[in-house]
Design a protein around this ligand. Sequence first.
Ligand SMILES: [Zn+2]
Length: 265
Amino acid sequence: MYNFLIDSHAHLYAEEFDHDREEMLARARAAGVERFYLPNVDVDSIRPMLDLAAQHPESCFPMMGLHPCSVLADYKSQLQVVENHLFKNPERANFCAVGEIGLDYYWSTEFVTEQQYAFRTQCRWAIKLNLPVVIHARNSLVDLINIVSEPEFLGMKGVFHCFSGDLAQAQKLVELGFYLGIGGVVTFKNGGLDKFIQQLPLDKLVLETDAPYLTPAPYRGKRNEAAYIELVAQRLVDLLKIDYQTIMQQTTANALSLFNHLPQN
Ligand SMILES: [Zn+2]
């Protein structure tokens, strides 16, 4: 079984880590975190993300996609670059997912139509490539559930990262086959998730930090880093009344299955 933790969603290539990235990774390893899955954001994050993945090919796995907050006036040319990386793969990178993609109505609703177009387009690419999707939802979960329920997307594999909906939405997504990403929010007092996470199947939960964002308690407000995935795992121990070893083994197996990284027999 698995004796390590996985951070299924961490922007470890972000400039917030430029002055201490290797120390940060060493702290994560000391906390038992051995794999880090890196979501792309836009054309500017590709270079630092691929550089980090090339430096640590055994532990850092890159994704490719356009984040909904980066779907702006130039979204067509941004999508073109993403498509090129996924299908022509000029860097020979081994992308583990299409992400992060989704809808974000919190920061702006100016480009909602374009966001939905970009989301559907990237989902189609994921299906073509047999890759999972890593989905970002903010004030947009109703629309996202409707879209992923459309016939052409049924059977698509993926995760709703940093899940923050209600129990009925969580159950609907599990029913559709999605994993739910559990991060720092589960450690917040008014996070909501703590009220019903006991009713969700443990084999559909993956752990994530979303570092450098969404720092768990008691470090809320400071920079988040991958070592803190341990705090998220510990919070699940408290909420689910399941021992740490089991939480670690099951969430790690879930993440490996999500990204098609389970060893093949
Ligand atoms: Zn993210």
